[in-house]
Design a protein around this ligand. Structure first.
Ligand code: CU
Length: 391
């Protein structure tokens, strides 16, 4: 017997509280984060990039249609450009751990939304999204649950869309069953047979184009016993964006199918756009807290060498497997395109830690995030040896 579960991953995005959270970010100003990062040297990976150093006044703003669906909330979430839509997903948007000990039926509502939004500090792009964010909402269920997916393709979409859940067992992961023209709504249900961390993505041909334009997300299928409790959980996914114009170009950029086929992206991004996890939504924790990062690569093409500069992963669950023993004491974790991992570590020293793909050329094309750790210094573990110490 299954009980009905009220989890609705679509609902939080509609609430004023959520919009407020997005609009203010975690209480850190863009200027403050960049300044703090630059002070640490490595944090300037993004802030010092010549292409990003252009003045905000040069930004060319595109016209937006505010009508319809969920678009309205998106116009208040960019501290730098409040008039510009922002698709960045806040990495703290991880659904709460599941307390149930019995399977349930979980409702998942997805809406595919195409919208022009902030790509870098001087450019915009027409993203294709699930629920208006990149990555789409993180979904959390328990092994044995029945997942009832309702997928609406927004009325003002230009393209067909669908959703392929890697956590589903069945043809296309639900892709055929959910293929929807603009304005259509489709449904599919699947039973979550295997625990793990899975990617979902749009699978309308050309699939790589739909993914590159932002249509990917993550679904966590908890094992029966759940996951060990931690202090902080974060949701981060990286992807590539292929534009005709070179990285750093101002204005509304155009997708490049040729560069996509040649696997030559102009942009690499964490959580949707350049600066999403450095300027807008840096990860934050206190010294001594246990941190869990669910890290996925939407791709479509590039696997990631996930590394947090200045930290060591105490545990890594590679390939999204939660039932195999974790690897311990790992510096850099491979994340396949279309795959995800779970990493855990405890913070011990305050400072700004930079999340990277250690294929570091990608950082010059936008791929970086910050984990800001606050608390007491611990000079036994790390001592920068300032002048008074060495005198
Ligand atoms: Cu699509």
């Amino acid at each position: 017997m299954s009980e009905q579960d009220d989890q609705n991953v679509d609902a939080p995005a509609h609430t004023p509280e959520q919009t407020g959270q997005r609009s203010t970010g975690p209480g850190v100003s863009r200027r403050g984060v960049l300044a703090g990062g630059a002070g640490l040297g490595l944090g300037s990976l993004l802030g010092a990039s010549p292409a990003l150093a252009q003045k905000q006044g040069e930004v060319q703003l595109a016209e937006h249609d505010h009508s319809g669906t969920m678009s309205n909330r998106l116009y208040s979430v960019n501290p730098a450009h409040p008039e510009m839509a922002d698709i960045a997903e806040n990495p703290v948007n991880v659904p709460a751990p599941i307390e149930r000990s019995e399977p349930a039926t979980v409702q998942v509502e997805l809406e595919t939304i195409e919208l022009e939004a902030h790509l870098s500090n001087n450019s915009t792009f027409r993203f294709w999204t699930f629920n208006g964010t990149v990555p789409g909402p993180m979904i959390r269920v328990r092994v044995g649950d029945t997942v009832e997916v309702t997928m609406k393709n927004a009325d003002d979409s230009w393209m067909m869309h669908n959703v392929d859940f890697h956590a589903a067992t069945g043809p296309g992961g639900g892709a055929e069953a959910t293929t929807a023209a603009p304005g259509e709504t489709k449904k599919v249900t699947f039973k979550a047979l295997n625990p793990g961390i899975y990617v979902y993505h749009c699978a309308v041909p050309p699939v790589a184009l739909h993914i590159a334009n932002g249509m990917y997300g993550m679904i966590l299928v908890e094992p029966e016993e759940g996951l060990p409790p931690v202090d902080r959980e974060f949701y981060v996914m990286q992807g590539e964006i292929y534009t005709e114009e070179a990285f750093g170009t101002s204005g509304l950029l155009t997708e490049s199918y040729e560069k996509l086929l040649n696997e030559r992206p102009e942009f690499f991004v964490m959580n949707g756009h350049v600066g999403a996890l450095t300027d807008h939504y840096p990860l934050k924790a206190q010294v001594g807290e246990s941190v869990r990062i669910f890290y996925g690569s939407g791709g479509p093409n590039y696997s990631a060498a996930f590394h947090v500069i200045g930290e060591i992963f105490d545990r890594v669950h590679p390939y999204g497997s939660l039932t195999s023993p974790p690897l311990e004491n790992v510096q850099t974790a491979m994340v396949p395109a279309g795959g995800a991992i779970m990493t855990e570590f405890t913070t011990q020293v305050p400072g700004t830690y930079v999340l990277v793909d250690h294929a570091l050329s990608r950082a010059e094309r936008g791929l970086a995030g910050h984990l800001i750790v606050e608390g007491e210094e611990n000079h036994e573990i790390f001592n920068p040896m300032e002048e008074e110490d060495t005198a």
